[in-house]
Write a protein that binds this ligand. Structure first.
Ligand code: GDP
Length: 314
């Protein structure tokens, strides 16, 4: 018989349950008959310290997945850095401080592979803070690094159990599929879908198409985060990636196939490429016994289907 997941916890809160990551965690937990605390953005602004404190006092979670964050793609980060640094620092600081005050047993904090110094090598956890950050997302990265350091410091000084997990680029249902704010997969799905709908013979794609990225489907991330909530108790951050690396051009071609778009893909180098390669070394989590299911083609199709059924919402 399969071991029951999260059996050490009674009251699980997924902060950010409407987002792509939070909703995937909730889907997984509810399929496993685990009751999940959720609170909508319009009922609790996580940037508001007093309101967050009151919510903790009333709801008393003992395990938190901190998936609430301000996220966006390369352009949004470049154009609105003040929001990315400020909102993220407020959200994570309020939740971590209250977790300590109200005796939360475990907290799972989400970082990102974009907080690593620029490098074309496999990014290892020990590379953090060893070099210069990528120019377009410094504000977001500094906020997330502060969150990781806050978890580590609370563990070391107060013996808390707050873990930090660093995923590679993610995609899946409930992502932001807007033209300008989104990450590359949802952005390309929208642009190529619209080019096909409008019968355009050319679709413009940001950048050179050459950068390499590692992509993980968000349902795989959810299994990894739940696995780590059960199995990983260390102040040191841990990577989670698929090991599958593609160029942006390869991804754009795959999406064109799924959409059935036959026009030309025109790469516009006036838009930033960001780092040329970003791939994680996921040995640590693999050795603990977790691997993703990872089938990019099947999961891109699922993501596209979700977009077609929900595009009016986003
Ligand atoms: P990054 O990994 O932080 O750079 O995240 P993104 O997902 O925003 O971008 C990845 C790469 O895809 C960059 O090289 C972008 O220039 C490229 N790209 C191509 N088209 C798009 C698009 O429509 N949206 C986004 N966000 N990136 C795109």
């Amino acid at each position: 018989m399969k071991n029951k997941i999260l059996s050490n916890f009674k009251n699980v809160w997924v902060a950010g349950h409407n987002g792509m990551v939070g909703s995937a965690i909730v889907r997984n937990l509810e399929e496993n008959n685990i009751n999940v605390l959720k609170v909508d953005k319009n009922l609790l602004d996580l940037r508001d310290q007093a309101k967050v404190d009151k919510w903790f006092a009333k709801n008393k979670p003992d395990l938190i997945f901190l998936a609430a964050a301000k996220v966006g793609g390369i352009l949004a980060n470049k154009e609105r850095p003040a929001e990315f640094i400020s909102d993220n620092i407020l959200i994570q600081s309020n939740i971590i401080n209250c977790s300590f005050k109200y005796g939360v047993n475990k907290l799972v904090f989400l970082g990102s592979s974009c907080i690593y110094p620029v490098s074309e090598n496999l990014l290892k956890e020990s590379d953090l803070m060893n070099g210069k950050l990528e120019e377009t997302n410094i504000a977001y990265a500094v906020a997330k690094i502060a969150g990781i350091e806050m978890c580590r410091s609370f563990n070391n000084q107060y013996n808390c159990n707050y873990i930090s997990v660093l995923p590679c680029n993610l995609y899946g249902p409930n992502d932001n599929f807007s033209n300008d704010d989104s990450h590359v997969i949802p952005g390309l799905i929208r642009k190529i879908y619209e080019a096909k709908k409008e019968n355009e013979n050319e679709c413009s794609i940001w950048g050179s198409g050459k950068p390499l990225r590692e992509f993980l489907y968000v349902d795989d991330l959810a299994t990894g985060l739940i696995f780590l909530a059960d199995k990983y108790d260390s102040p040191e951050p841990i990577n989670i990636g698929s090991g599958e690396e593609y160029s942006i051009k390869e991804i754009a071609l795959k999406i064109s196939d799924i959409v059935g778009y036959k026009g030309n893909l025109a790469f516009d180098e006036n838009y930033p490429d960001g780092v040329m390669r970003k791939i994680l070394n996921s040995e640590k989590i693999n050795k603990l016994g977790w691997k993703p299911e990872s089938n990019l083609d099947k999961n891109l199709q699922k993501t596209f289907d979700w977009f077609v059924n929900n595009k009016n919402l986003k």
